[in-house]
Every structure is written in C-alpha cells, then in structure tokens.
Ligand binder design. Structure first.
Ligand SMILES: NC(=O)C1=CN([C@@H]2O[C@H](COP(=O)(O)OP(=O)(O)OC[C@H]3O[C@@H](n4cnc5c(N)ncnc54)[C@H](O)[C@@H]3O)[C@@H](O)[C@H]2O)[C@@H](O)CC1
Ligand SMILES: Nc1ncnc2c1ncn2[C@@H]1O[C@H](COP(=O)(O)OP(=O)(O)O)[C@@H](O)[C@H]1O
Ligand SMILES: [K+]
Length: 493
C-alpha cells in the first residue's frame, strides 16, 4: 500500500530514489512534467485561447516551466507568468528549466496577467515547500490566479498553491481554488480532507516511477488504498466450495417505515457473495422483506449469535433497543460486527457499551455520526483522524470515517484513505449498502482488516461504475447492482 508521507519527507523520498536509479533531481523534475503532460494529452482538451502558467521560484515552479516547454512542443499555445523578481534566487533546477524555455514562449510578470485572454491556467506557484504564513506578495499572486475563477479550468501542480501539505487550512488563508489538482507520487494528506474539497477540485494522482517500497522506508501511519492493494486480500474459492464457505450473516436492521435500509443491506450482502443472509426485523414488516429479497430469511426475536459468522447492526434500526439488550448482545457475541447508523447513535447515547463490542468489529460513522459518537463537532479532519486512530488502538476496533476518500482507522494504528468513489454516491441508502458489503466479507472469513479494506474499496468502485451509467440520477439500488461488475473489474470470481 502506498504510504502517504509528509511534505517534509518528499525531499528525502526524491533523493533516495535519485540515488537508487542514478538520476538527477532535474531528471526527476522532467519525469514529473512528462506525467502531467501525458495526463493532459489524454484529456483531449480543446482550448481557443492560450494556457497561462504561473511559476514560482522553487521546484514547483520548475515543474511548471518544464510543463510549459513540453506543452509548447506539443503545439499548445502557452504563456508563462513568473511569480518571482529578477533578484530572487531560483532553485537550481528551476533556473535550468527557465533557461531551457524556447524563445517563442512569452514570459511576463504575474502582475500582467489578464484573465480574459486565457482558456486555462496552470498553477505551479507553490507546492510542498510552503512554510509558515503566506507572505503578502504570495497572497496577491494567489488572488491573481483566482481572478480566473469562472472563466476556465485551473490545474494545480502537486498542491493548490497556498494549501499546506499536511494540515487543515485556517478559514482566513487564501488558496488557489483548483478545478483539478495533479499530485505527484502520492496524494498529499491535506488533499484528502473534506474541508479542502472546494480548493482541491478533482484529484489526480500522477505516477513518477517511485515505487511504493521507497515510501515504506520512511516513517508514517497514513496510507492510500488502491485497486492493486485489494486484489490479493480477496479469498479465493474453489470447485468444491459450498454455501457454508461463503458465510452465514445476520443483519439486525429496519423498523416500520425504514425497511428500505434492511433491504439494501441484505441485497448488498448477497451480491457480495454471502451464502446465507438472515434479517432480524420486526415481525409486522416481514412481507416487504420476503417480497423484496426472497433470498433472505427473517427472524423476529433475538437469536443465538453463535449461529452466525458475522453480524451487522444498525441500518434503519431506530433507537428503541434498551441498554440491557444491547449490552448482553455485545457480551454474548464473539463474531465481528459491523455497526452503522442507529447502532452508532445508540453507542453515542451509551458510550459505556463501547468496551463490550467484540474486538475487530467495524464501525462506519459518517461525519455527523462521528461527531455524535465522539461528543464534539470537528472542523479539522486531521483532529478527527487523530481521535479516531486513538479510539481504534484503545478498543481494538476498526472505524470507517465515511465520505469522499473515506478514512479507515485500523485497530493496528494505520489510517488508510480510500481512492475509489464518486460524488454521485452522496445519496440516501448508500451507507446501508456498505454495511451489507462489509458484513458479507466478514462472514466469508476475511479478517476484519481485509474485510474493511476490500469492502470500502468495492463499495466506492461499484459507486464509480453505477455513477458512470447514471450520473447524478444514481440511487443506492444502482450501486448494489454494480457490485458484480466491481468484482469483474478486479478479476475476482
Ligand atoms: N526533487 C524534488 O524536490 C522534486 C520536486 N518536485 C516539485 O517540487 C515541489 C517542492 O519544491 P520546493 O521544495 O522547491 O518547494 P516549492 O516550490 O513548493 O516552494 C518553495 C517556494 O515557496 C516559497 N515559499 C515558501 N513558504 C512561503 C510562504 N509562507 N509565503 C510565500 N512564499 C513561500 C519559497 O520562497 C520558494 O519560492 C513539489 O511540490 C513538486 O511540485 C517535483 O518536480 C518532483 C521532484
Ligand atoms: N462525495 C462522495 N464521494 C465519494 N463517496 C461518497 C461521497 N459522499 C458519500 N460517499 C459515500 O457514500 C456513503 C454514504 O453513507 P451514509 O452517509 O451513511 O449514507 P446513508 O445513511 O444515506 O446510507 C459512504 O460510504 C460515503 O463514503
Ligand atoms: K501548485
């Protein structure tokens, strides 16, 4: 898995890589610029006017200068705007790239940028080298870049200029508001925070050839989960596999008026491969389940949890369950649980029960449920992750802080950010589908860590697949129906 390093570690990572391959920092900068231009070529952009490229004096600016040269070579009309004065010291590679610019490319001061004359802007002003408070001139430059907002796309190189790589931004700080952020080698931590969504825009990870193992040698507990990581975590079944191998799961969900949550979770569990799915529901609601999900069985009274390989608790459940019932359920259950929605709200009201939850269980709060569970509203995702991580280490539980790039805090202290998913998943019932997928993997004998990583990744991938068909019209049922394709995409049978 790709380790997410801090901005300060980038130089060490790059240096180690350069030494291993025997390449110079200039060659690595060239690779970065090539990866940007290759992505650009794949987008088939049609721009009527020129592309403006803002370049700073550091290596982020050097990337921009190399990009300007390569785009111009590819026939694109570019104009460079320097964010430094003649007396400013440039980084050596930036200076070299400035000298390598073909004579035909106009190079002007940032102050002369007229937003009406360009079709697109590339922001190569500041990257991971930003230190401390922005200086006044940098604020003016960022405002100048943002004067282009609404006139065309802004592509930020590595980071939107002004955004610190590892921290939550204070509201007062100006930052370039990118349409796309194209980040090198690994997503900088701050690019994954929900509070930065409006300045990061669409996030694109560009590979510059530094292998995951090189990241692993450096300190850090944050990771980025990608397709290649989840493929080997899957269990493989064989010719003689029987339905018992695929697990027996119980989903304790639903109440009058909220049976849809139970249906979605049950269908998701079946589509993920569960052998047997039983729903614990109010008896009055049995008919809707038997019609909507004939493959599922129903029980109406508390069951012996030993009969199941995994149990999900919460979707549409309501909060009428007594502390005593919940407490004795936790104490008598030994299989891992998935706890979502009202299951989490019950825990928020009775935090003394948390210590009784079976170890390895998976809790899946969205940001609102997270605030309720931890009793505070967090504005900084960094704080949220810190608290979540400590909680998981203390109670030996796994936590999925849901949203774009869901943050998975594991019982072993790692925090893993998911790469799959789409904005079209922000629709009712999608969280219930996740509960069904997770309980299914647990029931199939996946370790809690494998289950949570595979489950969150598949859920996002199925969302992408359904989203590409339905766009903003996508509903949770479409996501369930896309689960089979998410397995095909990973070549898992
Ligand atoms: N070998 C490398 O280091 C590589 C770096 N790359 C690029 O280089 C970037 C990092 O380069 P650098 O370390 O030179 O840093 P940056 O270019 O990100 O930032 C340094 C610049 O920021 C200015 N600055 C810092 N703090 C400021 C503040 N508070 N207010 C105003 N200006 C401030 C400095 O004066 C300097 O001009 C990465 O983000 C990436 O884009 C890539 O080319 C890959 C290789
Ligand atoms: N903008 C987004 N990008 C990616 N995934 C998203 C986005 N918004 C929501 N999701 C995912 O959709 C799911 C929504 O879950 P939840 O908020 O519990 O919904 P509900 O309670 O309606 O079922 C989560 O898994 C979350 O990660
Ligand atoms: K930048």
């Amino acid at each position: 898995m790709l380790k997410i390093l801090s901005g300060n570690q980038v130089k060490i990572l790059d240096l180690n890589h350069q030494q291993e391959l025997g390449i110079s920092s200039l060659e690595l900068m060239e690779k970065s610029a090539h990866s940007f231009v290759e992505w650009w070529a794949g987008q088939s952009f049609q721009f009527e006017k020129a592309v403006a490229i803002f370049v700073g004096s550091g290596n982020n600016g050097g990337d921009g200068l190399a990009i300007a040269r390569l785009l111009s070579k590819g026939g694109i009309n570019v104009n460079v705007f320097t964010c430094f004065d003649s007396e400013d010291k440039l980084s050596p590679d930036t200076s070299t790239n400035l000298n390598l610019l073909p004579a035909g490319i106009p190079v002007e001061s940032w102050t002369l940028f007229d937003s009406s004359r360009y079709s697109a802007v590339i922001d190569s002003f500041l990257g991971v080298g930003l230190r401390g408070e922005l200086r006044p001139k940098a604020i003016s430059i960022i405002e100048k870049i943002n004067s282009f907002l609404g006139k065309g796309p802004i592509y930020s190189v590595d980071l939107p200029s002004g955004l610190p790589s590892d921290e939550s931004l204070s509201n007062l700080t100006p930052v370039v508001s990118a349409s796309f952020t194209l980040t090198f080698s690994f997503p900088k931590l701050s690019l994954l925070f929900p509070e930065h969504a409006s300045v990061v825009g669409e996030l694109v990870l560009l590979d510059i050839g530094i292998p995951d193992e090189s990241h692993e040698r450096l300190e850090g507990e944050n990771y980025y989960l990608q397709k290649k990581d989840v493929i080997p975590l899957h269990r493989r079944f064989h010719r003689f596999s029987h339905k018992g191998d695929f697990g027996k799961v119980l989903i304790w969900a639903g109440q009058k008026g909220k049976m849809g949550a139970a249906i979605l979770a049950a269908k998701a569990a079946l589509r993920t491969g569960s052998g047997l799915v039983t729903l614990q529901i109010p008896e009055s609601e049995r008919q809707i389940i038997q019609i909507a999900v004939p493959e599922a069985m129903c029980v109406f009274d508390p069951v012996d949890s030993h009969d199941f390989d995994a149990i999900a608790l919460g979707p549409g459940l309501g909060q009428k369950i007594s502390v005593e019932v919940l407490s004795s359920f936790f104490t008598s259950t030994h299989c891992p649980l998935v706890i979502d929605a009202d299951g989490l709200n019950l825990l928020a009201s009775h935090p003394e029960l948390i210590a009784k939850i079976p170890k390895g269980s998976i809790l899946t709060p969205h940001l609102g449920e997270f605030s309720r569970l931890f009793g505070t509203t967090y504005s900084s995702h960094l704080d949220r992750i810190k608290v979540g991580r400590e909680f998981c280490l203390k109670y030996e539980l796994n936590l999925v802080i849901k949203g774009a790039n869901s943050a998975i805090c594991l019982a072993d202290g790692r925090v893993i950010f998911n790469s799959s998913g789409t904005k079209h998943m922000a629709t009712g019932g999608v969280g219930d589908v996740l509960s069904g997928i997770l309980v299914s993997f647990l029931g199939q004998g996946y370790s809690p860590i494998s289950a949570v990583l595979c489950g969150v990744y598949h859920h996002g991938l199925a969302g992408e697949i359904a989203g590409s068909d339905y766009g903003r019209s996508m509903i949770a049922t479409d996501l369930v129906e896309a689960i089979p394709e998410s397995f095909l995409a990973l070549d898992i049978d």
